[in-house]
Design a protein around this ligand. Sequence first.
Ligand SMILES: Nc1ncnc2c1ncn2[C@@H]1O[C@H](COP(=O)(O)OP(=O)(O)O)[C@@H](O)[C@H]1O
Ligand SMILES: O=C(COP(=O)(O)O)[C@@H](O)CO
Length: 583
Amino acid sequence: MTRLFNTPAAFADEALEGFVAAHRRWVRRVPGGVVRATPTAPGQVAVVIGGGSGHYPAFSGLVGRGLAHGAAVGNVFASPSAQQVHQVAKAAHGGGGVLLTFGNYAGDVLHFGQAEERLNAEGIDCRTVVVTDDISSAPAEESAKRRGVAGDLAVFKTAAAAAEAGLPLDEVVRLARLANARTRSFGIAFSGCTLPGADAPLFTVPESRMAVGLGIHGEPGLSEAAVPTADEAAELLVSTLLGELPEGVETPRGLRAGVILNGLGAVKYEELFVVYRTVARLLDEAGVVAVDPEVGELVTSFDMAGVSLTLFWLTEELEPLWTAPADAPAYRKGALGPTADVSPESPENPESPEEQPEQTTVPQASEESRAAARTVLDALAAVVRTVDEHADELGRIDAVAGDGDHGIGMRRGSEAAYEAGRRALGLGAGAGTLLCHAADAWADRAGGTSGALWGVILRQVGTALGDADRPDAAAVATGVAAAADGVMRLGKAEVGDKTMVDVLVPLAGALGEAVAEGQPLAAAWDAAATAAEAAAKATAELLPRLGRARPHAEKSLGTPDAGAVSLALIARAVHGVLAAKND
Ligand SMILES: Nc1ncnc2c1ncn2[C@@H]1O[C@H](COP(=O)(O)OP(=O)(O)O)[C@@H](O)[C@H]1O
Ligand SMILES: O=C(COP(=O)(O)O)[C@@H](O)CO
């Protein structure tokens, strides 16, 4: 249970504020997250990590010398936005290029990928390395689909130590990929976590049972077993990991491994040590030399009672990087020289991040387009209302096989989109520009998978409407069709994968058909919203083939997809606005 919070929506921002206030010797706040208190050495590769909040010390606690140069910090269990990643990377860049490294989650992949493109377009050499260490989330043949869990630390540490040693970006990337290929994790849990403001955990484990193969977002385990003793838990963790050695390795005997026994949030350090006692013995018996083991909380999931074991199979070039000194708020190792003096008053260490200057001008728009912009803003207000009304239900649906944050993310995104739209209207924006401003605000404030995709949807519709003409039904239908194409291009989901695409495609199809038959916009949209509602309902019968829900495919049968449901609700709410305009 998360007991101490003010409002759930502000939890991540307020936690970051307090974290920075407590750790000024190591970090300073920048828009989008934190960077080291001291600037990146000129020419050094900047290693920028990041992800959702709720995993402390990942990710902000791992920023400091010998570890990351910066961390982009998202909302609870939601990836930071591309804009946040871009801002943190710019602040961390020291002229040697940027490595973005993060766990393999759909939202992170989308947003960090967009930031990478932007940085490269601006002339900053930037690459990404995705961490995929969780062996329970996909079979070895599909290791690229695996989630990133506590093995994050092995990859981040390797990359950062390589950067600190002055290696060029290509080498830092190569070593980070090698570290990822040689890192495996496996976990068990006894209870799920409860998000701030929620009254129930994301999953429960029956009394005297444990979940096996857990993630770090309160996803239920993949199977269940009787609660083990500490020794039995250690045996399960070690034997499972020794069952999947790195490619080309036949026996663990004689190998050296970095070891991480990670508490997920509610397991006491003493309990971890009791487990580690047997982990150490079993590794020793298997002929594995444990190098600089870490026992503690390194990647958590709020108050989840669980533990994971990570083995990082070292090579001659990886071992010095794993053992190199580091000095971050939540991770210290070896001895580094003194830091530059960065006092709270120093201009290097501002109390609060500099915000992006607010836009004060918009492109010229016709009178008709400005009138349509008012309708668009009414539609955004209706979106805010419907999302707000259904936020808890969306969170509950998302918790069945996802991470329960869909309601939170949609709320943050829609509210930001409305506010940006209102400001744009005040500046005299046409319908197209208003939607483009709303798109950027939604993606930036919500983060996560749906934030990136809703940014695409609004931008595509805005581009189709433009600022010149009074938008007609054909332009709207063109925009929605382009939105469906754009979402599929970016998210790579197809119809049948159990995502919002299963609603967006029939919505666009029904709208296009009704408009082609000559129906006016409100009537055509009514038909499209009806198709969307039926399609959203039908997703209950689908098995997820992508993303976080995929490992829990069977559990999600009978429950519709959260993003599909929210899209159908929004389609219906927009119809209400269009119908009222017609009256
Ligand atoms: N690759 C994808 N393409 C299209 N939609 C997707 C994709 N992956 C996930 N989604 C949609 O995003 C929704 C989850 O959104 P949200 O919970 O806000 O993001 P996250 O899973 O990043 O926390 C899913 O229910 C699904 O509809
Ligand atoms: O959940 C996280 C990001 O993934 P999404 O796909 O946005 O859910 C985050 O907590 C780990 O980075």
